[in-house]
Design a binder for this molecule. Structure first.
Ligand code: ATP
Ligand code: MG
Length: 179
């Protein structure tokens, strides 16, 4: 690590599209710089996203994506399903260990904000880990409604704002753009 280099804590939040794809954009750039990237997906699990195959094309030693959820979780007034909570806890344990292991230069915690806002994971645990993480490791946290304590600990926060989305006129997710 040169004098200028430091690991950043980056948050992509907001209701507009682009939180995960912006993280993948950084991942692509990082791989080009010889950095190693890990993306842990906290919620995704059932759909097949194009980035899973793209990561394999780059080579799993450069970029690894691990879906550790089971797709869309049921939310609302009810408490989250304990099975989903367990998956989130496992994903967090794994991601935390990987951040501290230092094998990856960039660790993306995809949709972790969603898991926190639905009370499947405590924000304090994540903040504590981020504060004590190895200095050179970059971490990106994505998802709507990022917890205020995460915004505080972050170095870079971007909020995606929806101006227009095809969904508004009934156009569903497009292959290669949305998945
Ligand atoms: P993407 O993965 O495309 O960057 P995202 O991470 O910003 O999206 P999520 O909250 O993770 O958004 O939503 C995942 C899915 O919902 C994606 O298929 C995405 O295209 C879609 N989506 C994102 N924003 C909107 C929106 N404002 N209206 C409708 N669908 C959306
Ligand atoms: Mg996303």
């Amino acid at each position: 690590m040169s004098e200028n280099e430091r690991g950043l804590i980056i948050v992509h939040t907001g209701a507009g599209k682009g939180k995960t794809t912006a993280a993948l954009g950084i991942a692509f750039r990082a791989v080009g710089q010889g950095l190693r990237v890990l993306m842990v997906q906290f919620i995704k699990g059932s759909w097949h996203y194009g980035e899973l195959d793209a990561a394999r094309l780059l080579g799993e030693d450069r970029m690894r994506i691990l879906p550790m959820g089971r797709g869309f979780v049921k939310v609302g007034v009810e408490k989250p399903d304990p099975a989903d909570v367990r998956l989130v806890e496992e994903a967090w344990q794994f991601a935390r260990e990987e951040i501290f292991r230092g094998e990856y230069d960039l660790v993306i915690l995809d949709e972790i904000n969603y898991a926190i806002s639905y009370k499947m994971l405590e924000a304090e645990k994540v903040v504590e880990a981020l504060k004590s993480k190895p200095e050179g490791i970059h971490v990106i946290l994505t998802g709507r409604n990022a917890h205020p304590s995460l915004l505080e600990v972050a170095d870079l926060v971007t909020e995606m704002r929806e101006v227009k989305h095809p969904f508004q006129k009934g156009v569903l997710a497009q292959r290669g753009i949305d998945y």
